[in-house]
Write a protein that binds this ligand. Structure first.
Ligand SMILES: Nc1ncnc2c1ncn2[C@@H]1O[C@H](COP(=O)(O)OP(=O)(O)OP(=O)(O)O)[C@@H](O)[C@H]1O
Ligand SMILES: [Mg+2]
Length: 238
């Protein structure tokens, strides 16, 4: 039963419970002798159940920040606490395990495997988690149902539209009940109608599943679906 505590005053799913905390996160890339400071002392708190969009000019550091948040990359300085646990010092294997359990990704280019059916694509994270049984199939169908693609399971990626492909990617991201969904320009390859359609499903998984969503976009309309907007400028949150 929902006690009402899951909702903040803005009526979003923000639980007030910290999920992500960045403390003075910095990222320096070295190319030869030259260092590029791409992120500068980023401090950020995201609560469970929030729907956050990240905007900023090209090259400002959005994807770099997302890659750190998504445990795909490690910062060169600062601390990252995920559910209270410091993950900044973990090995790449340990980070991979966190990704598998906690984070679903949606990318601009959908990243579906062409030779697998829609259903098999959605089942993939479960397969990696060691689940190959009928249970996995059932979970994948549940996910496809959530994005209104229950009937397309037997098709292949090249047999469905771009908007539908991105909805499959969303189904894949949520199939193992990942509490965090990260999306980098998920509507970048879609026209505004398909983009809005995809955004409705992000809203739905935030509202119905309480998933925390962090989404990078260049599009103000897309950012408008979020409850909170973060702007990155020259490697800093402004
Ligand atoms: N692996 C890398 N090595 C060196 N520099 C990098 C690397 N990755 C990113 N950069 C640099 O870091 C800066 C931020 O890149 P990032 O991809 O985070 O920008 P972005 O805000 O996502 O831009 P866009 O909106 O174009 O996707 C850029 O100047 C980029 O050239
Ligand atoms: Mg980027």
């Amino acid at each position: 039963m929902n006690t009402g505590n899951d909702y903040d005053i803005n009526n979003s799913r923000n639980s007030g419970e910290p999920l992500i905390r960045l403390e003075n996160i910095g990222m320096i890339y070295k190319i030869g002798d030259i260092s590029y400071e791409v992120l500068k002392k980023i401090n950020l708190l995201i609560n469970k159940g929030e729907f956050v969009s990240v905007m900023g000019a090209s090259g400002s550091g959005k994807s770099t920040l997302m890659n750190i948040l998504g445990c795909l990359d490690k910062s060169t300085s600062g601390s990252y606490f995920l559910e209270g646990k410091d993950v900044s010092g973990l090995t790449s294997d340990e980070l991979a395990e966190i990704r598998n359990k906690k984070i679903g990704f949606v990318f601009q280019g959908f990243n579906l495997i062409q030779r697998l059916s829609i259903l098999e694509n959605v089942m993939l994270p479960l397969y990696y988690a060691g689940l190959h049984s009928k249970d996995a199939e059932k979970m994948a169908f549940e996910s496809l149902k959530l994005v209104d693609l229950f009937e397309k399971g037997n098709k292949f990626p090249n047999q469905i539209s771009g908007g539908e492909q991105q909805r499959v990617a969303i189904a894949r991201a949520i199939v193992n009940d990942a509490p965090i969904i990260m999306a980098d320009e998920p509507t970048g390859n879609l026209d505004s109608v398909r983009g809005a359609d995809v955004m409705k499903f992000f809203e739905k998984i935030n509202g119905e599943r309480g998933a925390t969503i962090i989404l990078v976009t260049h599009d103000k309309n897309v950012a408008g679906y979020a409850r909170r907007l973060i702007t990155v400028k020259d490697g800093e949150i402004v």
